[in-house]
Design a protein around this ligand. Sequence first.
Ligand code: DI6
Ligand code: FE
Length: 410
Amino acid sequence: MAAESKSRAGALRLWRNARLATMAESSAGLGVVERGAVAAHDGRIVYAGAESEVPPAFAQGEIIDCEGRWITPGLIDCHTHLVHAGNRANEFEMRLAGATYEEVARAGGGIVSSVKSLRAASEDDLVAQALPRLDALMAEGVTTVEIKSGYGLDLDNERKSLRAARQLGNERPVTVRTTCLAAHALPPEAKGDKDAFIDLVAKTILPGVAAEGLADAVDGFCEGIAFSPEQMSRVFDKARALGLPVKLHADQLSNLHGAELAARYGALSADHLEYTDEAGALAMARAGTVATILPGAYYFIRETKKPPIGLFRQHGVRMAVATDNNPGTSPLTSLLLTMNMAATLFGMTVDECLAGVTREAARALGLLDGTGTLEVGKSADLAIWDIERPAELVYRMGFNPLHARIWRGQ
Ligand code: DI6
Ligand code: FE
């Protein structure tokens, strides 16, 4: 009996004397609770609100005094290519000498050079190389991360990437969502035949990955240097047949109307969107497709066209914010710095940035029922911060005020 009540008590925790930014949709702004508390039982939030109203039963377990610190939902990085091999610092030097990202790609560098490195690496190598990047994200309060494949580009190497991504979730206390991005670039063996490669993606790679349950979603790169809207729709038709939700790298370098394509397929998100026009924003609003804003790539390739934040606001498109961590266009492993970039470069507000790495990032992964806000029934994924006001999370550059990170109540 004593043991039983002890184990029950062990699973019950109360964080008190805290200020909360619940990020709940129903509240205005950040959903601030000045004298707040969060209770968790068996990894789920059972209470989040005023400390004065905590039901007595929830004060029977472990009690943690937060000494006035702020609690937000654990952060969510909803767009990364965290599993990759090696780096492309050499191409960075080429670009510093004047080459553009597209020129580097056309010269055989770019994504294809990461494909060669990834194919040469074992699954264990990939996990070992990605772990320091994952640790950097987690050190800033990340509790959920999306990881794409897309440097394998054949069935075995896409499978290897996605297994490595899943393995990262076993190595660390973090939720990993995997996305198959087989339609990312044309591998050398395709000899320039994009249609034949799209056939391989639709007929072999996606079904193979789905058969093993390795992907939670399907993504693609719709761009002049990658695949056309017509080719992407063949990939999306297959994803739909396999019961997998879709996302799209859309309108990053030119306007191929990727946002509308994504919306037409009810995509969870369309990502990048620098060149998206009003028709694209309207289509996304109607479909409920989240706009994932990726300021790291914009900054790193010195893009000058900004995503149409004003149109997204005007039409009520939800905005997520993510690192796009990848070796070519965004070697970024800080979601805090990403928020600063979204604010400074694109004029996103503090509230939009914070929602973008919590609630809206959860929505972009189809996980809003389970995480992304401090609300009863959700996973107890929390970040506890040594700050006086939430704006500090967006304002600083290169400083980490995380006090504690809680994943599923621990
Ligand atoms: N857009 C990007 O910014 C990355 N992929 C994509 O579709 C770039 C990936 C890389 O250059 O390795
Ligand atoms: Fe990306």
